[in-house]
Design a protein around this ligand. Structure first.
Ligand SMILES: [Zn+2]
Length: 131
């Protein structure tokens, strides 16, 4: 059975983000370093995504919801989300992930809607744990 990937809006994500069992995966490439990012998001650039997918699976252990996004969430975001879902199926990974989501309109839409943007330069972003 193929996992379905659904979209969430920025406002829905703001609410979801309060739960500890969610991970936000930013698959933008270089833009992340100069445009800022969603606080607490993980960075898995789309150009190396396929190579790092098993690392991502390890990093999100215990999470049940993953939200992918790129700049607009039209190509890279949904492609990586689909690739991740396929990987879980092919590897028959023992995982707690129930929801694979894509942020509608991506980071640019998020920022344009006045949602909070983190400009820290740490990898990984530590904004969330600092609160
Ligand atoms: Zn940050």
């Amino acid at each position: 059975m193929s996992r379905s990937i659904s979209y969430v809006t920025g406002s829905q994500l703001l609410t979801l983000k309060r739960r500890p069992n969610i991970a936000i995966i930013d698959v933008r490439d270089d833009e992340r370093s100069y445009d800022g990012h969603i606080a607490g998001s993980l960075h898995y650039a789309s150009d190396t995504f396929a190579d790092r997918i098993s690392q991502l699976v390890q990093q999100v252990k215990g999470k049940d919801t993953l939200v992918f996004h790129c700049a607009l969430s039209q190509v890279r975001g949904p492609t990586c989300a689909r690739r991740f879902a396929n990987y879980l199926e092919e590897m028959k990974e023992d995982t707690e992930i129930k929801n694979i989501l894509v942020l509608e309109r991506g980071f640019n839409g998020w920022e344009a809607a006045g949602k909070p943007v983190c400009h820290c330069t740490s990898t990984p972003c530590t904004a969330e744990s600092a609160q």
